[in-house]
Design a protein. Sequence first.
Length: 269
Amino acid sequence: MYEKLLRNKWESEDHYNERIIDLIDPTQLRNNLQELSRKPHLAGSARDDELASLIQQRLLAAGFDTAELVPYKVLLDRPDSNNPNLITIKDGNGEVTFTSKYKEDELHSDDEDPDFVQAFNAYAAAGDVTTEPGTGIVYVNYGRVEDFKKLEELGVEVAGNLVIARYGKIFRGNKLMHAEERNATGVILFSDPRDVALEGVEPMEVYPNTFWLPGSGMQRGGTYTIKGDPLTPGWPSTEHAFRLQEEDVPLAKIPCQPIGYDDAKIILE
């Protein structure tokens, strides 16, 4: 009965929905999106602050009684612009035969930006991981519990090895956690073209000619498995808030790095 009443209520108010939709300006939506995505705006950056102020101004201009900017002090993780994260392959003589990309291929002449965010997974551990010659890398599918159980059934050793997993099915942070729990030394993540390039991987089949991910595209993102600021779990990160010590926070203890599927293909081969 409740669902019937609720459904009838919405059906009787369709004209309100239509009126709201009629008030939406597609051109303004496009302009807003272009402005928000015009430059990199990593959390805590000057550009991020500029956009927060812009949104505040837009809300006030739209008729909101108030729109406040509240400062928070949050534990953030950023890549080293002078020392990008890389994955290399060496031959038997120790010569580097492959180096992964840490940024996407440039598509336009103005793609280069001094604030470009290099590929990284926030809150993963910093450090170097080296595999022994001939050891290779363990492919763990989506990095789910059942994937690791299958490897165990097959007698594939994860402990002490670097693993590579594809994005999808579960949160990237859980992939890292599952690998760490099984004593892997590090994790490489990539987006499988079966999931992100359904029309194919040729230039005309991916961005900018379609919306599918190109081969150099890398998914950035955090790996912390609890929502919010790691130092203030469950409460706001205001200036005088109680904070945990960083060493008491369950952050990952092994590195994790995203790459594009073009690079993943080379590594897996």
